[in-house]
Design a protein around this ligand. Structure first.
Ligand SMILES: [Zn+2]
Length: 164
C-alpha cells in the first residue's frame, strides 16, 4: 500500500473528522439483532453482514452505516480527479464512476457514492465505504493511465487522487 503525504489537499475535510472519538464510529462492533432492517435504504443486516437479501419479517430497525454516514455528512472515502484529459472526458468518466458504484453496491450495500461535487476545477467524489475509492482509482488507471495516488489515514479514510 502506497502512502504519500498530500500536503493540505484534504485539510478542510480532515478538520470535520471527529477528533474526540476513538476509532471509527461507523464500524458496527456492537451486535445488531439478526435480522435488522435499515428503514432508509432497505438493506438488511443478517449473518454478520449487510446485504439486499429480502426477509419476510423484520422486527428490528436501525440506520445502516452507509445511511448514517450520508445523514452525518461523514464520508469514508474521497476521490479527487482533475486534469485537462479529465475535463475533456468528464461525462464518460463520471459514467464510469456510476457504473462502478452500481456493481459494487449490489454486492456490498455499504459501498456507495455519497456526493459528486466540483471544487476549483476538480471533481470530488465522496463515498460511504473505504473500498469504492480504491476501485475507482484502479479503474481510472486501467482505463486511462494518468497519475494515481491512494492513501489511508489514521481514521481508515481512503483518499484517492487521480490526475491526467
Ligand atoms: Zn441504509
Amino acid at each position: 500500500m502506497k502512502r504519500k503525504k498530500k500536503g493540505n489537499l484534504f485539510k478542510q475535510d480532515r478538520a470535520r473528522i471527529f477528533k474526540d472519538k476513538r476509532g471509527d464510529p461507523y464500524q458496527q462492533k456492537q451486535k445488531l439483532p439478526d435480522p435488522t432492517l435499515c428503514p432508509n435504504c432497505g438493506a438488511v443486516f443478517t449473518k454478520g453482514r449487510w446485504s439486499w437479501e429480502s426477509i419476510e419479517f423484520v422486527e428490528n430497525e436501525k440506520l445502516c452505516p452507509a445511511c448514517q454516514r450520508i445523514e452525518d455528512g461523514y464520508p469514508a472515502g474521497f476521490v479527487e480527479v482533475e486534469g485537462d484529459f479529465y475535463q475533456t472526458h468528464r461525462e464518460e468518466i463520471l459514467h464510469l464512476f456510476r457504473n462502478l458504484e452500481e456493481q459494487e453496491t449490489q454486492e456490498h450495500p455499504m459501498e456507495r457514492i455519497m456526493r459528486i461535487t466540483e471544487e476549483d476545477g476538480k471533481t470530488v467524489i465522496t463515498t460511504t465505504g473505504m473500498h469504492l475509492p480504491r476501485m475507482i482509482g484502479d479503474a481510472l488507471k486501467n482505463s486511462y493511465q494518468g497519475d494515481l495516488e491512494i492513501s489511508y489515514d489514521a481514521e481508515s479514510i481512503a483518499r484517492v487522487h487521480w490526475v491526467r
